[in-house]
Design a protein around this ligand. Structure first.
Ligand SMILES: [Zn+2]
Ligand SMILES: [Zn+2]
Length: 363
């Protein structure tokens, strides 16, 4: 069967032939991959910025945003049967006994850094026809979500951030009531963040560099949210025009915007950072004012990466809710579906919002 793999030492990305995997243990599931979403992480790996092959291999099969169909299950598998749809979790626990998060099934909080990630770090991904995975890393998806379930994995970035923000809000001695939310960025994560905020009842603004008449801005308005373009508004003018925010979900990875966002919080507000800026990025900021605000206004700024099973389950619930609230908008996030042999082209020439590779269609 075919797969798309990067060869980091030779700096090449190509279609390769690999043997079809088979069930090894009683908890294994053989899956036929249906769809794989592409994102900035795949673009960075395919430009050799990071990503590492499995031990002993010279190549890494790409793809971490999966949707697959169970074909055959090991004798101990209980949660999936042939024909079921599933999304695979990306990160796998480190081997160290002392890593309490990994031992508790929350490798997204791994403290050693020796975790693996399918399609990213030390383990092959899903841009191929068949994969085998342990049941404990698979999350069943309802059939009704088939055409959008490839968005589950990117949505877990948002559901994990929201889960943590809720934990932080629970410290407050009052019901926070209807709140104001800001999503920074109008890529797939920013738009999914806007959908979660709207679905949760937030008065929602999305701020991004896309123009006011862009596809992205239209999609934001179709949710009942407001769109502000950085081509016409600075962050400060946005705060003056529309007020500050209780919750900010950042999904840009542009350091000056990430730092500037700390000035957009209301008292007791929470800023979740999910973008990953280049290490050399710098940003100018009045640090005295920023730190004073953090203290004197009870603000919380936190970073979040990866997700645990509960975040996948929340993402599935959210997608079900989106299909009731704004079904067309959620489907419009996927702007291009291509074939496996188009992946190199799709990685270098991104078009629209979310690009998805169509591997197989089930009956
Ligand atoms: Zn991704
Ligand atoms: Zn660990």
């Amino acid at each position: 069967m075919q797969a798309v793999a990067v060869f980091p030492s030779q700096k090449k990305l190509e279609l390769v032939d690999v043997p079809q995997p088979e069930l090894q243990g009683p908890n294994d599931v053989l899956l036929r991959v249906r769809e794989v979403g592409l994102c900035g992480t795949d673009r960075e790996i395919s430009s050799f910025e990071y990503g590492s092959p499995p031990p002993g291999s010279d190549h890494l099969i790409l793809g971490h945003e999966s949707l697959a169909e169970a074909i055959e299950v090991g004798r101990a598998v209980r949660s999936l049967k042939p024909g079921d749809l599933a999304v695979a979790m990306v990160r796998r626990p480190c081997p160290h006994a002392e890593c309490r998060p990994c031992r508790a099934g929350r490798s997204d909080f791994c403290v050693t850094g020796d975790f693996t990630e399918r399609g990213i770090k030390g383990a092959d991904g899903f841009l191929t026809d068949y994969v085998v995975d342990d049941e404990s890393f698979l999350v069943k998806v309802p059939r009704a979500l088939a055409d959008v379930a490839v968005l589950v994995e990117p949505l877990t970035v948002v559901t994990k951030a929201v889960d943590q923000a809720s934990a932080i809000f629970s410290r407050l001695p009052y019901d926070t009531g209807p709140q104001r939310g800001l999503a920074l960025g109008a890529g797939p994560i920013g738009l999914l963040a806007a959908m979660v905020l709207v679905a949760d009842g937030f008065d929602t603004v999305v701020y991004s560099r896309d123009a006011e008449d862009s596809k992205q801005a239209d999609l934001v308005r179709s949710l009942g949210a407001h769109y502000a373009s950085s081509t016409t508004h600075t962050l400060e003018s946005l705060a003056q025009a529309s007020g500050k925010f209780d919750v900010i979900l950042e999904a840009v990875g542009f350091a000056p915007l990430m730092m500037g966002a700390t000035q957009m919080l209301k008292r007791n507000g929470v800023l979740a950072l999910t973008g990953v800026p280049p290490e050399a990025a710098t940003a100018e900021l009045n640090t005295g004012r920023a730190l004073r605000n953090l203290v004197l206004r009870n603000e919380v700024v936190f970073g979040t990466v990866n997700a645990g099973r509960r975040d996948y389950l929340s993402a599935i619930q959210n997608l079900e809710q989106f299909l009731v609230l704004f079904p067309d908008s959620v489907r419009r996030l996927i702007t291009h579906r291509g074939r496996l042999d188009e992946v190199p082209q799709m990685l270098t020439h991104k078009q629209g919002i979310k690009n998805v590779v169509e591997m197989s269609r089930a009956a």
